[in-house]
Design a protein. Structure first.
Length: 164
């Protein structure tokens, strides 16, 4: 029974393979956006260029987020990733536990939300006050959630240290 339960962690492997496909989907949309922007860059206003660059940064942050979830999730829940003696192995790989992954995830979501909010601010004349208000509320909700998650982790770590 215990071997079966332990082996069941491999059921998660297809999820991580699916996330790799999602990374390829992001790359496709990034390339499509870049292909759309480049021919028009000389005709774009400064604000349009900034919004376009923020869109590309959004894709990049989402890709980084996917890599963190794939690497940390796979290593924490399925199996160690054997990279041999590769110098390219990220320093954080193998060191991010579930708590650290959770905080990195919310930090990335806050960054992505902040970029979305900045994009709306750059084109504020074409946004309704209601839309702007909701985007701000959602962003602040992510920020407060991140602070509360960090506070909870801090309190748990402090309580654990006191028990020792």
């Amino acid at each position: 029974m215990e071997r079966l339960i332990f082996a069941s962690r491999w059921i998660l492997a297809p999820f991580y393979l699916g996330l790799i496909l999602a990374l390829l989907m992001l790359l496709t949309k990034f390339g499509q956006e870049l292909f759309h922007i480049l021919p028009n860059v000389l005709n774009m206003t400064e604000s349009d260029v900034i919004v376009a660059v923020l869109t590309l940064i959004d894709f990049s942050l989402a890709g980084n987020l996917l890599i963190m979830v794939i690497f940390a999730g796979y290593e924490n829940f399925v199996s160690r990733i054997d990279t041999g003696d590769s110098e390219d192995r990220p320093d954080w790989m193998g060191k991010v536990d579930f708590s650290g992954l959770k905080l990195k995830l919310i930090a990335s979501i806050v960054a992505i939300s902040g970029i979305q909010l900045l994009r709306v601010f750059m084109d504020v004349e074409n946004s309704s006050k209601e839309n702007l208000m909701w985007m701000l509320i959602i962003h602040l909700t992510f920020v407060v959630s991140g602070v509360l998650l960090a506070l909870m982790d801090y309190l748990v770590a402090k309580a654990y240290a006191l028990k020792k």
